[in-house]
Design a protein around this ligand. Structure first.
Ligand SMILES: [Zn+2]
Length: 81
């Protein structure tokens, strides 16, 4: 759930905007973590990257050559570095 992370009006506005953008995106990608294959949620992604605009978040999300990982795998990766 992404709601627990909603702690600012700014983030809420961005999520609303992102929802509108996704509605207009005919080929919105379903993404899975490249490591554990867990389904990923774009709203978690924007919650963790509030500094980015919704347009930029969607652009990254839709980029074919980028791979994403879930929060758990990201934490594991950080530990290894
Ligand atoms: Zn994962």
């Amino acid at each position: 759930m992404f709601f627990k992370k909603l702690n600012s009006a700014e983030l809420w506005d961005k999520i609303q905007k992102l929802r509108d953008l996704i509605k207009r995106e005919p080929s919105f990608k379903q993404r899975k973590c490249w490591n554990c294959c867990k389904d990923l949620n774009i709203y978690d992604f924007i919650s963790d990257n509030v500094k980015f605009t919704p347009e930029y978040i969607l652009k990254l999300w839709q980029t074919a050559f980028l791979e994403f990982h879930c929060c758990e795998c990201y934490r594991e990766l950080e530990k290894m570095n």
